[in-house]
Design a protein around this ligand. Structure first.
Ligand code: COA
Length: 328
């Protein structure tokens, strides 16, 4: 069909929170965090820096990288679990901040799988009779706005950031699509494993909900770990099977950067440990920005060339999980 990724961008907040800093906040150690998660530092947004601020910077960088201007965008899709507001959407705020013409825009909430859900959705809308020509897909997260800084089992894991890609349909049937095969999945039976209980219609903000820290992340760590590995491996295998591509043909594997041990387990089960791109040590878990940040780093560092096959996989609250085989 001719739908390609023509540009990537990211926004990484300047402030850095190290494991040494966390040692001063909770009963933890650099040694524990590095051994159990692989995370060394994470970037933290300023108090007044919102998800849409980071999304707009990532979007502008992606537009520059693509060599196009915001008024050429036909649709904006943002994935986030940390919107600036319940409404309006982050995508509407981005449309205003980057000066895109009045194109449709909406947010997707599939937690850490959101970037791959958004790419699947955008591709579907471009390939459908809607026929959008240029689409901006963004993952933007201020995860630290949901962190309980007194809970050592979760506060060491997350960081902030945003990433964007520009998709374009060049209308040339001889141009291979970036989208080779995809898989999106969910299991709501385990929705309480990873949850922010407060702030929604189930528990609107009250003094009690705030003092009880119900507006922060609650997580069953070991069970999430286990499901993360099995779900990402299953999704990757399905995508490889659907596409008829062998693991050997994959040039880069980009797993969601939540925990180095999860990544290693997935890569070993798929038999492609040497193909894995890693930056969890520098950013921690940036939720739906994670895979896009990896893509932008690979792109800007010239580590991917035209035609390379990239296998991306993610999992997150819901539970949701997804995999996508991308042809660069
Ligand atoms: N520093 C020191 N000790 C810590 C700690 C920290 N930051 N966090 C937890 N511990 C302690 C626990 O209290 C527990 O102590 P105990 O044995 O005295 O009860 C011990 O370490 C082991 O805890 P456990 O939860 O079994 O550790 P783990 O090896 O499973 O690692 C996670 C914990 C959170 C790192 C791991 O379960 C994980 O990464 N899960 C997936 C999380 C994830 O990716 N979530 C996002 C999904 S998108």
């Amino acid at each position: 069909m001719g739908i390609r990724i023509i540009g990537t961008g990211r926004c990484i907040p300047e402030n850095i929170l190290t494991n040494d800093d966390l040692e001063k906040m909770v009963d933890t150690s650099d040694e524990w965090i590095v051994t159990r998660t692989g995370i060394k530092v994470r970037h933290i947004a300023d108090k007044d820096q919102t998800s849409s601020d980071m999304a707009a910077v990532a979007a502008k960088n992606a537009l520059d990288n693509a060599g196009i201007t915001a008024d050429m965008i036909d649709l904006i899709v943002v994935s986030t679990v940390t919107p600036d507001y319940a409404f309006p959407s982050v995508s509407a705020l981005v449309q205003k901040k980057i000066g895109a013409r009045k194109c449709p825009c909406f947010d997707i909430e599939a937690a850490c799988s959101g970037f791959l859900y958004a790419l699947n959705t955008a591709y579907g809308m471009m390939a459908s009779p809607l026929a959008y020509k240029r689409v901006l897909v963004i993952g933007a997260e201020k995860m630290t706005s949901l962190v309980n800084w007194e809970d050592r089992s979760t506060c060491v894991l997350f960081g902030d950031g945003s990433a964007a890609v520009v998709l374009e349909n060049d209308g040339n049937p001889d141009t291979p699509d970036f989208y080779v095969a995809g898989e999106v999945a969910a299991d709501g039976e385990v929705s309480d494993l990873l949850i922010v209980p407060g702030g929604g219609s189930a528990m609107p903000a009250t003094v009690e909900s705030v003092t009880g820290k119900f507006h922060t992340i609650k997580m069953g760590g070991p069970k999430t770990f286990q499901l993360a590995v099995t779900s990402m491996v299953t999704a990757c295998r399905k995508v490889l099977e659907k596409s008829g591509v062998s693991p050997e043909e994959v040039v880069w594997a980009i797993p969601h950067q939540a925990n180095r041990r999860i990544i290693d387990a997935v890569a070993n089960k798929l038999g492609i440990p040497e193909k894995v791109y890693l930056n969890v040590d520098r950013y921690g878990n940036t939720s739906s920005a994670s895979i896009g940040i990896c893509l932008d780093e690979l792109n800007r560092e010239g580590k991917i060339k035209k035609g390379d096959l990239i296998l991306a996989a993610s999992f997150g609250a819901g539970l949701t999980w997804a995999a996508l085989l991308i042809r660069w």
